[in-house]
Write a protein that binds this ligand. Structure first.
Ligand SMILES: CC(C)(COP(=O)(O)OP(=O)(O)OC[C@H]1O[C@@H](n2cnc3c(N)ncnc32)[C@H](O)[C@@H]1OP(=O)(O)O)[C@@H](O)C(=O)NCCC(=O)NCCS
Length: 167
């Protein structure tokens, strides 16, 4: 018997991506409403690079699926020219699944993965845009601290905001 508090099937975290994930991933990015078209294109470019180059890609993916549906995903990888520093390039939770702890669970799984690869520090980049206020709060709630603010980095009045977490 299932009730209203039934959590449903256990989520699956998957690191191997397939061409059939592409449309689902794009829909997730599009539906969350947080990104401009050129940002969505950039995010898809990371996916395509990873799909093409596999283990030789400088970007890794972690897909969060439940009951066969893609609910959330993250993209991360080692920062070139650094000693064990990693970047969390992208983290998206589907609009219908937000505020349920899924983003935090995925971030935690990515941080754990980075640690097993020897990473000691994880950077996350966002901006001062109003639509990213939730993301800034999210990173703070996941144990990140504000690292730097670069004024007008993306454009006039559009600052780059970087958070960092020691692993
Ligand atoms: C930001 C995002 C990843 C959060 O995912 P989520 O699954 O809704 O977050 P969770 O439910 O796991 O919340 C984790 C913590 O962050 C806090 N948090 C999350 N979103 C928040 C918001 N909009 N405002 C305030 N706090 C927020 C929660 O209160 C929670 O805190 P707690 O653990 O202390 O209780 C999701 O809203 C999203 O995909 N947004 C659009 C894309 C984006 O901006 N991505 C990040 C930049 S690339």
């Amino acid at each position: 018997v299932t009730g209203p508090s039934d959590p449903g099937p256990a989520p699956i975290l998957r690191e191997q991506v397939a061409p059939s994930d592409r449309t689902k991933l794009f829909k997730l990015i599009q539906d969350c409403g947080a990104f401009y078209p050129h940002e969505m294109a950039y995010g898809m470019g990371l996916f395509d690079e990873h799909l093409l180059r596999g283990e030789n890609s400088s970007h890794q993916f972690m897909l969060y699926e439940q009951d066969g549906s893609l609910i959330a995903y993250g993209c991360f990888g080692p920062l070139p020219l650094t000693d064990r520093r990693y970047h969390l390039y992208w983290l998206v939770v589907g609009s219908g699944a937000s505020s349920k702890g899924i983003g935090k669970a995925l971030e935690s799984a990515i941080a754990k993965r980075v640690r097993t690869q020897g990473g000691v520090r994880l950077y996350a980049e966002t901006s001062n845009r109003a639509t990213h206020e939730g993301a800034r709060q999210f990173y703070e709630h996941c144990g990140y601290r504000l690292d730097t603010v670069t004024p007008d980095y993306y454009g006039d009045g559009h600052d780059k905001v970087v958070y960092v977490k020691d692993l």
